[in-house]
Design a protein around this ligand. Structure first.
Ligand code: BG6
Length: 493
């Protein structure tokens, strides 16, 4: 096996899907607090009260009707409010990660736990104390934190009253927040990621149902503002602690052409550029790529970019490149008869692959392809910071949970990483997604489970929050103990 000594095995969660405690410790609200639960076929909705006092809901990414305000409505369940109650269970959870032998745990800081509206000048001391305690707990268990500064949770106040990421002022609010993170957690954290899956804003725009030029204009400006915010944060993070390593995080979907028709090959390349490379190229190379002009022209986008922005992008390039990897997707210029129906997956079905219950293609070879092409393009250290299979789990009468399908999924993907490392890729770490069951970001469900650790909580918010070890827990523990050398089905309970 090729995994280098010191390889950072571990797992990942995000604050809004893990913590809960939405009204504790002085935390302010985020968009996820007004987002309902959904299913694979029914989208999640953002809820509001309109100017006449009527209750309303809209797709995430939509625009509030004039005079309306975001609101928590009594007729809906909001799964992120309590999530899996990491706010009160983190010590127990980190001990379980330690038992598995984690070297690294990726988590995110809730912006509104530190800056409840986003406008405050100083960070909320209770929020700071909470994360310090989490980091100290990790240290006790020999686990290095990998901290995502933004994982889908801009304070709701900034979204509602300040125009969110389409407004350049959000850059300054984010920079103040990121600076507080670097200062407060100096010495406790050395590995940071600025924005989770930054490329989703444009790549997933078609799922919002609005692909007008106006929507693209907003999405590309939103991204530009995040690029500048990230670049400024990188500069500040380096100045505060020279030991800080700061990376980008890209949603790593492998886009394939359906046929060898040259038109399909070109379409797949363009899809990779728009969906995946656009963001990584700016964050790694510090400037917009040549094809950016084509992308903007396709949607009549004209960006507000200042001279200082261009300087910041150059000065704030990232130290390493990370990505999530769940699936590949297929594009074609030809008529499609067999389509994929899932949440955040669409297009032609790939006849060579199998699909999860949520319509996501299992494709470990795609991970090898992604690793090799990303390393070839960027020549920076890589980390796979999310990977996993969302699936149903059954708790047996004796409390055990057998998840051979999950073990199988991980085995295939670890083998793919192994091959990429053998082929020269400098891969530093692997944090599986939802190492403990969390609320699904896409559907808001609990039943779409990824964890090695089961959490007793259902889609209606019923359950004890008790934690238990699945079979995959023991298997992953062995994988880590052997540094990836033993991926067999044998494991000791
Ligand atoms: C990534 C996100 O898109 O995929 C995570 O960074 C998310 O937040 C993960 O949970 C899996 O998606 P889902 O919809 O199954 O939770």
């Amino acid at each position: 096996m090729a995994f280098p000594e010191g390889f950072l095995w571990g797992g990942a969660v995000a604050a809004n899907q893990y913590e809960g405690g939405w009204q504790e410790g002085g935390r302010g609200m985020a968009m996820t607090d007004v987002t309902t639960g959904g299913t694979v076929t029914e989208p999640r909705y953002v809820t509001y009260i309109d100017k006449d006092g009527n209750h309303g809901k809209m797709r995430n990414g939509g625009t509030l009707p004039e005079g309306a305000h975001y609101a928590v409505l009594p007729e809906y369940h909001y799964p992120n409010h309590d999530a899996v109650d990491g706010y009160h269970h983190y010590k127990e959870d980190i001990a379980l990660f330690g038992e598995m032998g984690f070297k690294q745990f990726r988590m995110s800081i809730s912006w509104s736990r530190l800056f409840p509206t986003g406008l405050e000048n100083e960070a909320n001391p209770e929020g700071v104390a909470f994360y310090k305690s989490m980091f100290e707990e990790m240290r006790k268990n020999g686990i290095e934190p990998l901290v995502t500064i933004w994982h889908f949770d801009t304070p709701l106040y900034l979204e509602e009253h300040c125009g969110g990421w389409e407004n350049r002022e959000t850059i300054d609010h984010f920079v103040r927040y990121a600076t507080a993170c670097f200062r407060e957690f100096k010495g406790l954290v050395h590995h940071w990621l600025t924005f989770n899956e930054i490329n989703n804003t444009v790549m997933f725009l078609p799922f919002s149902g609005n692909t007008s030029d106006e929507a693209y204009q907003g999405a590309y400006q939103h991204l530009h503002n995040k690029f500048v915010a990230s670049a400024k944060a990188v500069q500040i993070g380096h100045a505060i602690d020279r030991d800080n390593m700061i990376g980008c995080m890209i949603c790593g979907i492998a886009w394939y052409p359906m046929t060898c028709d040259p038109a399909d090959i070109l379409l797949a390349n363009h899809q990779r550029e728009e969906g995946v490379y656009y963001c990584g190229d700016v964050q790694v190379f510090g400037e917009y790529p040549t094809y950016a002009t084509r992308l903007w022209n396709e949607h009549n986008v004209v960006l507000d970019i200042t001279e200082q922005d261009l300087v910041d992008l150059q000065l704030g390039t990232v130290d390493f490149y990370t990505f999530s990897y769940y699936m590949s997707n297929v594009v074609t210029t030809h008529k499609v008869t067999d389509t994929v129906k899932g949440n955040f997956s669409a297009g032609a079905r790939n006849e060579y692959l199998t699909y999860s219950d949520w319509g996501w293609a299992t494709d470990a070879t795609g991970l090898q392809w992604f690793l090799e092409s990303a390393y070839d393009r960027y020549q920076l250290p890589l980390m796979v910071v999310e990977n996993g299979l969302g699936a149903y789990d059954t708790v047996e009468a004796d409390g055990s949970i057998h998840d051979p399908f999950r073990i199988d999924y991980y085995r295939q993907h670890i083998e793919a990483m192994d091959k990429a490392i053998e082929n020269g890729v400098d891969l530093w770490g692997y944090t599986t997604w939802g190492c403990i069951d969390v609320v699904s970001a896409g559907t808001g469900e609990m039943r779409k489970r990824y964890g090695f650790i089961y959490v007793d909580m259902d889609d209606e918010g019923k359950g004890s929050m008790a934690r238990s070890r699945k079979d995959s827990f023991y298997w992953y523990k062995k994988v880590i103990a052997t540094n990836g050398a033993d991926l067999s089905d044998d494991f000791e309970k």
